[in-house]
Design a protein around this ligand. Structure first.
Ligand SMILES: [Zn+2]
Length: 629
């Protein structure tokens, strides 16, 4: 999953093998009529094996990649259970609201469940799943399965009926297709839920490896207009290089084909959701064409691709569950998401989707946000990971004090630090690449899940370069601290500095989200209308009494605007006089005096002369020009 980038408050067992097995248990037929997708209703018909007596059927609750009970149960409507065309009574379990109890009459062998899914929660990330011209189908949202069944053991034969003329992309293989009816080869419930489908009137597929090469890698794209699918030749080359760079990094793959499913639309929810053999990516309509949007979202596909190795194949033991009703434990999400954020951003640079300067500006923005997050003085990083269920969908108000999903960006800083320690200790002969080649690579083959614990991680790191990794990592994730772990930046030959020159990444976010960023000077972020989105505890604005819920009205006697505010900050640097602001709360206007004369401040990385540029080595491409299909 990808964190949101819009508000930059920090912005986005013992080892054993669990193969994704062939299903041997109950079988399900699932037919999904998607012809009403343009008004966001998916019609599902689920045929389930049944025996007489009370049976319990469940709707998937804990969704992989969401790491939380995000199955959109409230959007299940028009539910009926039938056998032999007779209506069967059902009732919802009063404690477990994802469970439905049905009394099955004697002699009945199959029960048919029909319901409509209101597709208003795309991939668990919020926002519509469909528009007039496209749709994103996550199978967990349109199925019921027998209570207590293991998802590996349930076989599902799924089919869809698409709106007329729409084309589709998915990692599922087609058994037969006629007109708009498509039937897929039966797979386990695990594989089905792991294989979303996108479809649309405007569809394009781009091959990323030469035809016939195994495994195939393709981008399947849908958009609301043909123009939005016009990927530049430079991007096509970069995505081909992404595949080559991931191959060079991990040395093996755990899929038989890979589909980047890519939706480009302003009408549906935006997200990235990882799977073994595909990823479900959704961004704004003009992402491929607008340089600013491109900069902000360039790391999305690399991030979700890395998850095929880190998160799907190698998975923290607490996130390996038997089915979708078992709760998940997110204590190692700083590895699952944090290392994915690290490798995703590094591969974005290695593949050429970002320039080296763009990578550094994004990293500076991440480091600065974490370094000024006040909540780090009370809340350890690990607590943000185990709290994913309660933190994921919150608004940004007081996020600096509460902390958000910091295991993503701070995980990136931690793995950069680990990488630079390995490199320094081995005279740059070994690196985190060597760790990942062993930990995430191994033998190529079909999807498989290999769980790990903290101790497994430490043991594998020690095999690459001996160090007290357990102590370092425990300090990083279990302790509170005043400052972010910036050792990877300094160890990489750079330092975090603040200047009056705008940070390019933060500038793009500010323009895109229409916000005003004064976080590193006065200590706040404003929305387009002047509402305080967040105020950093301890900052000049905080000490002056300002906070979210207030609205900025005037600065030094002038009506507020972004430029008026910047001018006031610059002038206070010369005059050393406090900045006077008027803020409104519930029709009450008050004046606040902010003593601050430090000028405009924006984060950047500055080279430390005389130190080796390990950061430069880390983001340098490992392969030559990508092979052309
Ligand atoms: Zn992720």
């Amino acid at each position: 999953m990808r964190r949101t980038l819009i508000v930059p408050c920090v912005i986005a067992l013992s080892l054993c093998c669990l193969a994704v097995q062939d299903a041997t248990g109950p079988s399900i037929r699932l037919a999904v009529d998607l012809t009403d997708a343009p008004r966001n209703i998916f019609h599902a018909t689920v045929t389930l094996a049944a025996t007489a007596g009370e049976m319990t059927f469940v709707y998937p609750k804990w969704i992989p990649g969401n790491h939380r009970p995000s199955g959109p149960i409230a959007n299940v409507t028009g539910l009926h259970f039938r056998a032999w065309d007779q209506e069967l009574a059902w009732h919802r379990d009063p404690l477990e609201r994802y469970s439905f109890h049905v009394t099955v009459p004697p002699g009945v062998k199959e029960v048919e469940a029909k319901f409509d899914l209101l597709s208003t929660d795309s991939a668990g990330g919020g926002g519509l799943a469909a528009s007039s011209n496209l749709l994103d189908l996550n199978w967990n949202q349109v199925i019921l399965y027998p209570d207590k069944a293991a998802s590996d053991a349930v076989e599902v034969a799924a089919s869809v009926r698409l709106p007329a003329g729409w084309k589709f992309g998915t990692a599922l293989t087609t058994a037969r297709a006629s007109g708009e009816e498509v039937a897929f080869n039966p797979v386990s419930l695990t594989t089905l839920v792991d294989s979303p489908l996108i479809a649309g009137e405007y569809y394009r597929q781009i091959e990323l490896v030469p035809a016939g090469e195994i495994p195939a890698h393709v981008i399947d794209m849908v958009a609301d207009s043909a123009a939005d699918l016009e990927m530049t030749p430079e991007d096509t080359t970069a995505y081909r290089k992404l595949v080559a760079e991931a191959d060079a990094l991990f040395g093996a793959h755990h899929y038989t084909q890979y589909h980047f499913l890519y939706t480009l639309s302003d009408a549906v929810g935006h997200h990235g959701l990882e799977h073994h053999q595909s990823s479900d990516n959704s961004t704004g309509a003009r992402t491929l064409l607008d340089p600013k949007k491109h900069f902000l979202d360039a790391a999305l596909l690399p991030h979700e691709f890395v998850h095929s190795w880190n998160g799907k194949y190698r998975r923290p033991a607490g996130l390996v569950t038997r089915n979708y009703q078992e709760p998940m434990i997110g204590d190692l999400l700083w590895v699952y998401e944090g290392m994915t954020e690290y490798w995703g951003n590094v591969l974005t640079a290695r593949s050429g989707l970002w320039t080296e300067e763009q990578y550094r500006e994004a990293l500076a923005a991440t480091a600065a946000a974490l370094d000024t997050t006040a909540g780090r003085t009370w809340r350890p990083l690990e607590d943000t990971a185990v709290s994913v269920q309660i933190l994921r969908m919150l608004g940004p108000q007081w996020e600096s004090w509460r902390r958000g999903l910091d295991y993503y960006p701070e995980g990136e800083l931690i793995w950069l630090e680990v990488d630079t320690i390995i490199r320094k200790q081995t005279n740059n002969r070994r690196s985190l690449d060597d760790f990942s080649r062993h930990f995430h690579g191994g033998e190529s083959g079909p999807p498989e899940v290999v769980p790990y614990t903290f101790d497994d991680l430490v043991r594998e790191l020690n095999a690459v370069a001996p160090h007290d990794w357990a102590a370092l990592l425990k300090e990083r994730v279990e302790a509170t601290s005043q400052h972010a772990p910036l050792g990877g930046i300094t160890g990489g030959g750079w330092r975090l500095v603040y200047t009056d020159k705008p940070n390019a990444f933060l500038g793009a976010i500010a323009e895109e989200a229409k916000i005003t960023e004064a976080r590193y000077s006065l200590g706040f972020i404003l929305d387009h209308d002047g509402n305080f989105i967040d105020v950093v505890p301890g900052s000049p604005a905080y000490r002056a009494g300002l906070g979210p819920g207030m609205k900025l009205v005037a600065v030094n006697g002038r009506k507020w605007s972004s430029d008026v505010l910047k001018d006031a900050i610059k002038s206070a640097q010369q005059s050393h006089q406090p900045i006077e602001v008027i803020a409104e709360t519930a029709d009450i206007f008050k004046t606040y005096s902010i003593p601050y004369d430090g000028g405009l401040k924006s984060p950047h990385l500055e080279r430390v002369e005389g130190q080796p540029d390990l950061l430069g080595d880390i983001i340098r491409a490992k392969t030559g020009t990508a092979r052309q299909p």
